[in-house]
Design a protein around this ligand. Structure first.
Ligand code: SER
Length: 317
């Protein structure tokens, strides 16, 4: 990766990834882009930023030409809960945007990364130690776009030789930017509310396990996979990655170790609960470990200590 175009750079992953890539690859070698342009985000103020609507292929192409891009990291997409509320828009953006970005990658011979998700699995998928290759029949529009995206990226590699790579991200926890309407968002909200009000009402029910990971590990995974020698990769486009399998009460306990008065209650949102129950409890990450050395650093306890420290500074700023 030498000149990297990031789409959806103002999202939860994009905000953290843009900062990291600017640091590692040089500010002038990272082109952050998004359909929005808020004035105060560091993504906009601290380096190159361009407005980009990924449903317009020629706009992606213009940026690739203008900056002589060699890698696209395509993050622009709707998350699971929003996609369930707007399924047609989700198809149009998640699939249309991906197809456009892949076409540009094919035309200009670019390296390509896009994330899939635990949402690409469905209720018939084995719930525990979910294998790398297994039954995928998602029941959400988000999942339908993610599993289709995995297949489309495989196709672009097999048919056209595009160097496509990707992971299935679990719920991602971060302090830089909020997630935009996913099922695992409770795991971010809980930290904000723990500090702000000392209490949180979870929209995901007790005992509901999902995979999660701290953002520094997610960003590291993207860099590691993109830098891995191609001949090492067998499963190119949808490596299972995760650092922990957790339920709301696990967060409660971890937070109470720092804030003993913290109180967790439940008011379940049936839409997001149904989505959560259709996803695995704990996926198997062996392929990512053996093919490109995936090795997350953060346990729930270590992540909680860091999240509370960083958020505390952010909230009181
Ligand atoms: N965090 C995402 C969501 O909940 C899962 O990929 O939609």
């Amino acid at each position: 990766m030498k000149k990297i175009l990031i789409t959806g750079a103002l999202g939860q992953i994009g905000t953290a990834l843009t900062a990291r890539l600017r640091e590692t690859y040089g500010t002038d070698n990272v082109i952050a882009s998004d359909i929005q342009k808020p004035e105060h985000s560091s993504v906009v103020t601290d380096g190159i930023f361009e407005n980009l609507d990924v449903t317009n292929q020629s706009l992606i192409e213009e940026l690739v030409q203008k900056y002589e891009v060699d890698t696209i990291i395509h993050l622009a997409a709707l998350l699971s809960a929003v996609a369930e509320a707007k399924p047609q828009l989700a198809w149009e953006l998640n699939m249309g945007g991906l197809n456009n970005a892949l076409e540009v990658a094919r035309t200009y011979g670019l390296k390509f990364f896009t994330p899939s998700s635990i949402g690409a699995f469905g209720p018939e998928t084995p719930k525990d130690k979910t294998p790398q290759v297994t039954l995928q029949r998602p029941t959400t529009m988000y999942g339908v776009t993610k599993v289709s995206g995995e297949l489309l990226c495989d196709y672009y590699y097999q048919k056209f030789g595009v160097d496509t790579r990707g992971v299935r991200f679990p719920g991602l926890i971060s302090y830089e930017a909020l997630p935009g309407g996913g099922t695992t968002d409770y795991a971010v909200d809980i930290y904000y509310e723990a500090l702000k009000s000392g209490a949180y009402t979870s929209f995901i029910d007790k005992g509901t396990y999902m995979d999660m990971m701290y953002m520094p590990d997610a960003v590291e995974a993207i860099v590691q996979l993109m830098e891995a020698p191609a001949e090492q990769l067998v499963h190119r486009n949808a490596f299972n990655v995760s650092a922990m399998s957790v339920c709301p009460e696990d967060f409660e306990k971890a937070i109470q170790a720092h804030l003993p008065e913290f109180n967790l209650s439940f008011e379940v949102d049936s839409v997001r609960q149904t989505i959560a129950e259709s996803w695995p409890n704990a996926i198997d990450t062996t392929a990512a470990q053996t093919e490109w050395g995936f090795s997350p650093n953060y346990t729930l306890e270590k992540m909680t200590a860091d999240m509370l420290e960083k958020l505390n500074v952010k909230i009181t700023e």
